[in-house]
Design a protein. Structure first.
Ligand code: URA
Length: 425
């Protein structure tokens, strides 16, 4: 077996054999296949695709590159959720404690933001004292005692994916559906969850800009999960405009706590409850009412215990950025579009995100929305507030917002896009 023949097979639109896939993933993880060879293969996969059998084998080989976790000692069924990433997507924060309050165990291995999409761990790290890095034993203990844990995946879980994802990120090969599907599902299957709900985002602020690509990604992932014995369901959800009224780390924690306190923006509450129902159903819990668990404070109780168990102070004051800049509506009328991607780029440029994996993020930076698509606005009223510790970044962030919205004549009819666009089971 050698790397060049594997690359040539895919370059010439051939099917990779199971032996070729097993060998190339293992040899790449061990450093025998060089980064430049793997990037050539990733580009050939991006251009020529893989069939379902190849994707399944690729995923299995990535799982086999590391350890598998085991939650069979827990008394509750496990349910996990994975979002393909968006702007203002803080759903994991209220969702994990909510589903735990309804009777499931929620092992939520999460990531950091890269580019314009935020990362759950960056958001939670704005809570003073909170720790993302737990040993496997600590993770199991938090999960067992509180019902939910949100933490970073350990180095032992699918190490082939860790290496390959970093390579794809710098070689323009992230957007290949077989590679995205196998990357996400290898980690989820290795994690050992019994059931999984995928939130596949569609729209300008998502990886998948159109619904057909999102459906193909969702079907591929649901197939991989199901074939591995993980009960898997996907919701396709709208990411044409930011979720909720905030994009940024501490800003999104604050909004998540509002949801857990029974308030918060309607779209965040609707999606949180829709995903909670799917997770509970997939975990076989039939008689729970997630809307009630938000109203009666039981989800908030789990949140407080979960944060404290990871060293965080749930009562601590969250960081606030040193400087603010208000963007006002230039005219009166109906806000018919507020673009998720543009707002995500602005939040990133203000310091909420990072350009390279090792960059620090600002806890208080981000964008606050004062209106959502469908709202009537008056010229001069605040539309957005930009937050940062580094005011020299305002001009750069404002550039990304130049074409971020449309305000049409007063009375223009507006049909809201549903949040949940489709369901794939
Ligand atoms: N998230 C992942 O974990 N992997 C991808 O390839 C894309 C998003």
């Amino acid at each position: 077996m050698d790397a060049i023949s594997v690359i040539r097979t895919k370059r010439d639109k051939g099917e990779l054999s199971p032996e070729q896939i097993d060998w190339v993933i293992d040899a790449y993880t061990r450093g025998e296949v060089a980064d430049e060879q793997m990037s050539a293969l990733a580009m050939a996969i991006l251009l020529n695709g893989m069939n379902r059998g190849e994707i399944a084998r690729w995923t299995a080989a990535m799982i086999a590159s590391g350890e598998r976790m085991d939650f069979s000692s827990l008394s509750r069924p496990t349910a996990d959720k994975h979002s393909t990433g968006g702007v203002g997507d803080k759903i994991t924060l209220p969702l994990a404690p909510l589903v735990a309050a309804c009777g499931a165990a929620v092992p939520q291995l999460s990531g950091r933001g890269l580019g314009h999409t935020g990362g759950t761990l960056d958001k939670l790290e704005s809570i003073p004292g909170w720790r993302a890095l737990l040993s496997n034993e600590e993770m199991l203990s938090v999960l067992d005692t509180t019902g939910a844990v949100i933490c970073a995946a350990g180095d032992g879980l699918a190490p082939a994916d860790k290496k390959l994802y970093a390579l794809r990120d710098v070689t323009g090969t992230v957007e290949a559906i077989p590679l995205i599907a196998s990357s996400i599902m290898s980690k989820k299957i290795a994690e050992g969850t019994g059931s999984l709900v995928l939130d596949v985002k569609v729209g300008t602020g998502a990886f998948m800009k159109n619904i057909d690509d999102a459906r193909e990604l969702a079907r591929t992932m649901v197939g991989l999960g199901t074939d591995s014995g993980v009960k898997t369901v996907a919701l396709l959800t709208d990411m044409s405009t930011p979720l909720g009224l905030t994009a940024g780390n501490a800003l999104e924690v604050r909004e998540s706590v509002e949801v857990l306190a029974g308030g918060g923006p309607a779209d965040v509450v609707e999606l949180t409850i829709a995903l909670a129902r799917e997770m509970l159903d997939a975990a076989g819990i039939k008689d729970a009412d997630p809307a009630k668990a938000l109203r009666d404070g039981s989800a908030m109780d789990v949140w407080r215990r979960m944060i404290a168990a990871q060293g965080g102070d749930p009562d601590a004051t969250l960081p606030v950025a040193r400087e603010q800049h208000v963007v006002t509506a230039p005219s009166s009328g109906v806000l018919t579009r507020l673009d998720a991607y543009d707002v995500g780029i602005a939040a990133w440029r203000l310091g909420a995100g990072r350009a390279r994996k090792e960059d620090p993020v600002q806890a208080g930076a981000g964008v606050e929305l004062h209106a959502k698509p469908g709202d009537t606005v008056t010229a001069g009223q605040p539309l957005l507030t930009l937050h940062t510790d580094t005011p020299e970044k305002f001009a750069y962030a404002l550039e990304s917002l130049e074409h971020a919205w449309d305000i049409e004549a007063p009375g223009t009819p507006f049909t809201p896009r549903p949040i949940v666009l489709d369901r794939i089971a």
